[in-house]
Write a protein that binds this ligand. Structure first.
Ligand code: CP
Length: 345
């Protein structure tokens, strides 16, 4: 694995491998000094062309806990404002010697495009309506922590599916791990075609709630709605919002999840977001450990980074990936990680 672009690239085996590695990263995060030198000498760049709180801070925290150097690229203060292209931006930053780009962009497919231009590891941190693989990984990890696994679990994903990259990645990840997924939304908030989506569809949240192990609410993405898809938000809340009355229909062990940011009072009532069964803050906490696992897997010891041919190395400004710091002796691996082989394909 040299990039993480889509959850589909991982399959069940890849997701489970990262879940296991995340266990080790949780152990690191729970230490009094939550830091190991696993990525010392590596540099991770956050390249966010679109706003973020959780994903951006989480990746930066993850990189720092593994002792990587971090750089943050801010579009609003960059030469993109003067018309510099994405490609020139990538090549400029890469010339400084970096190992991974964490990319968020409002257009679907941009991380794939960047992967064609760059030798660094590319991690998709959300591309348009398309995918958000690390969100899916942290969601799987959170469900696994509470329910022991996803096999045979019933999960309802509720709300604005049409504009949601989280819904796409979660459907792929949840079903890869054996869960049964039901999408619950008004017809106008579903994609025009669900061909190839291994899911059921319902327009009746009240009927679905008593049967699910997890109800996963999506944010109403008003900034992506350039057409009138709903009569009103009040009507949406009346039919699809998780109110306290509706939450009472859930089974005793059922979880309430949300990727954030939440619109309290729209898709989720404020008091429901604060119930013990709501694991939204835990999702955020697990996001750091999951992203540590992803970074470790991609650019840590044993990662199968592309090796450049000698003539390519000279074009690369003399930067030789085989000259990466020898981590075998200087790296204190997270507990239980086999530094020699565990992170290979
Ligand atoms: N869940 C999520 O991607 O949140 P941010 O937009 O704050 O990163």
């Amino acid at each position: 694995m040299t990039n993480l672009l889509s959850i589909a690239d991982l399959g069940r085996e890849g997701i489970e491998e990262l879940m296991g590695l995340t266990d080790n990263m949780v152990e690191v995060s729970n230490r009094a000094m939550p830091k190991v030198p696993a990525l010392k000498g590596r540099t991770v760049v956050s390249l966010f062309f679109e706003d973020s709180t959780r994903t951006r801070v989480s990746f930066e925290t993850a990189a720092k806990r593994l002792s990587a150097d971090t750089m943050t690229f801010s579009v609003s203060t960059s030469s993109v404002k003067k018309g510099e292209s994405v490609r020139d931006t990538i090549e400029t930053i890469e010339a400084m010697g970096i190992d991974a780009f964490v990319v968020r962009h409002r257009s679907a497919g941009v991380p794939w495009q960047i992967a064609r231009w760059s030798d660094a590891a590319i991690i998709n941190a959300g591309d348009g309506w398309h995918e958000h693989p690390t969100q899916a990984l942290l969601d799987c990890y959170t469900i696994r922590t509470h329910l022991g696994g996803l096999e045979g679990r019933r999960i309802a994903i509720v709300g604005d599916i049409k504009h949601s990259r989280v819904a796409r990645s979660d459907c792929l990840a949840f079903t890869a791990l054996g869960a049964e997924v039901t999408l619950v939304a008004p017809p106008t908030l579903l994609p025009p075609s669900l061909e190839g989506w291994p899911v059921k569809v319902s327009h009746d949240l009240d009927a679905v709630l008593p049967w699910v192990d997890v109800v996963y609410l999506l944010r109403m993405q008003r900034e992506r709605m350039n057409e009138a898809l709903l009569p009103s938000l009040r009507e949406y809340t009346a039919r699809y919002g998780l109110t306290a009355r509706r939450a009472a229909k859930l089974g005793a062990e059922a979880l309430v999840m949300h990727p954030g940011p939440m619109n309290r009072g729209v898709e989720i009532a404020a008091e429901v977001a604060d119930l013990p069964r709501s694991v939204i803050t835990e999702q955020v906490r697990n996001g750091v450990a999951v992203r540590m696992a992803v970074l470790y897997r991609l650019i840590g010891p044993g990662a199968d980074l592309p090796r450049l041919a000698p003539d390519e190395r000279s074009r690369d400004g003399g930067r030789d990936r085989d000259d990466r710091p020898e981590t075998e002796t200087e790296t204190e691996a997270p507990t239980g990680v086999d530094r020699g082989g565990a992170s290979r394909d």
